[in-house]
Design a binder for this molecule. Structure first.
Ligand code: ADP
Length: 462
């Protein structure tokens, strides 16, 4: 039974047959006992009537009257007196056994009720004018039983037909939306992420449909992101590759002097470095995105780490005559985190602050410890960002400056965000166009690191 339709129909038939069998069994039993009571009552009345006939009618006319009564009523009977039996009626009469006859003869006025399959029998002994009689009256109840059975069968048949039609309509109401959903799922599996299912109501199927629509919407979004990512990656690779190709071709020209040769080789070097950084950043992001990404947590001095990073950025800052101010707190601040990854966060943020600040500007770094977290802010007096740009800076390959006049690939802040997220921290940005920017990283002090599938609870920083 493969289809849900088939299962529903089978279920319906089984439940109908089961309930009819139980209902039929009990109503047949009840009907049989009621028919029995009715039959006894009728037989008692007939016996009384026949007894009255015998009492009141002359023996010459009695035979005629009794035959007439047997013909018009549904009963058959025999009357026994002085060992002589007279039969009345169409059906062959039930014969009392010698013992039963004897019992009635011994106790005149007694009666007995008997049953022979569907035939009900009532026998009685009585005395009229000092003459003993035994009257045995019977009635065949099979016809009445058949009438009941016929009407019961008719009822079952009508219910089965009406029930089946109703059931098919209901099954259709249930199965149709499921079939629609199956169709939509097939469409989705073929890559059509814009397929949606409509279903009014608030039942389980409506909820299933809503979940399907949400899933399809999510997939559509993911697909769009994936396509955008591929196009961004190709674009980011294409630009330096085209430059390398172009300048390598120029280098082949033998007429170039040494100075020109040097200049073009430097350009090729610059673009190949750019390609290498891009590949490194992409690899880093892929690793950070992995499900089983692990943080290698250790305790270290945050101040020492920041000092180290500032040293590595000193030359870059000097080349633009930018001053880096680091407000070193009185007490050392030690934290527990993934040292190498956190270093990458400060490198990217400080490098950006220098990169997006005009010559002779200032970059300020502050560290603050509150009861719940450690805050590191990196502020610059640089170009700043529009509101629109702020809402996109953590997206991969996003760059405010579309002309790409400043070196970069739009992956630095995505890496920062991912590392901060892994440390269960957050990052705030305050910026104004041409008014400088401030990036603040908040790292919780009482953290639970998510390492692979395991959760490792960390105590407060010391
Ligand atoms: P990029 O390699 O372009 O610097 P990032 O992901 O580091 O990539 O930064 C994304 C974009 O955010 C940058 O292109 C720039 O427009 C903006 N941005 C980042 N840091 C700053 C900053 N300190 N001042 C102004 N704009 C910034």
């Amino acid at each position: 039974m493969k289809s849900i339709y088939g299962k529903l129909i089978l279920g319906f038939l089984v439940s109908i047959l089961f309930s009819f069998s139980i209902a039929g069994y009990f109503s047949l039993r009840k009907n049989a006992s009621e028919l029995g009571l009715l039959a006894v009552e009728e037989l008692e009345n007939s016996t009384e009537l026949i007894e009255n006939f015998i009492q009141m009618i002359d023996s010459e006319d009695l035979d005629k009257v009794l035959s007439g009564y047997a013909n018009t009523s549904e009963v058959s009977f025999y009357v026994e007196t002085d060992g002589q039996q007279s039969f009345y009626g169409h059906t062959a009469p039930y014969q009392l056994s010698a013992q039963q006859t004897q019992e009635l003869q011994d106790h005149i006025g007694d009666s007995m009720t008997l049953q022979d399959s569907s035939i009900r029998i009532y026998a009685k002994s009585f005395e009229v004018n000092q003459q003993e009689y035994i009257l045995c009256v019977q009635k065949d109840m099979s016809k009445r039983e058949m009438v009941f059975l016929d009407s019961a069968m008719m009822a079952v048949f009508c219910m089965l037909i009406a029930g089946s039609i109703t059931f098919l309509v209901i099954a259709d109401i249930i199965v149709k939306p499921i079939s629609r959903l199956t169709k939509a799922t097939n469409e989705l599996s073929k890559g059509n992420y814009h397929v949606r299912v409509n279903y009014a109501g608030n039942d389980e199927i409506a909820r299933l449909n809503r979940s399907f629509n949400q899933m399809a919407q999510q997939l559509a979004k993911q697909d769009e992101t994936r396509q955008q990512f591929i196009s961004d990656v190709s674009h980011e690779f294409q630009t330096p590759l085209t430059a390398i190709q172009g300048f390598a071709t120029i280098l082949k020209n033998e007429k170039l002097n040494d100075e020109q040769r040097q200049k073009y080789a430097d350009i090729i070097l610059f673009h190949s470095k750019r390609l290498s950084t891009l590949a490194k950043n992409m690899l880093q992001l892929t690793l950070l995105d992995g499900e089983d990404v692990k943080l290698e947590v250790s305790e270290f001095s945050l101040i020492e780490q920041l000092n180290r990073v500032i040293e590595t950025q000193d030359n870059f800052a000097l080349s633009k005559n930018i001053e880096i101010e680091f407000e070193i707190p009185k007490n050392d601040i030690r934290i527990e985190a993934d040292e190498a990854r956190l270093e990458q966060v400060w490198i990217n943020l400080i490098n950006n602050a220098i990169k997006y600040t005009h010559d002779d500007g200032v970059v300020m770094i502050k560290v603050k410890r509150t009861s719940k977290e450690v805050e590191v802010s990196i502020e610059d007096t640089g170009v700043g960002m529009s509101k629109e740009a702020i809402s996109h800076i953590f997206e991969r390959f996003y760059r405010q400056d579309k002309s790409r006049s400043v070196e970069g690939n739009g992956l630095g802040l995505s890496i920062v965000k991912r590392i901060v997220d892994l440390h269960q921290g957050r990052i705030d940005v305050v910026s104004r166009e041409e008014g400088g920017s401030r990036f603040t990283v908040h790292l919780p002090q009482n953290r639970t690191f998510h390492i692979g599938e395991k959760l490792i609870k960390k105590e407060n920083y010391s």
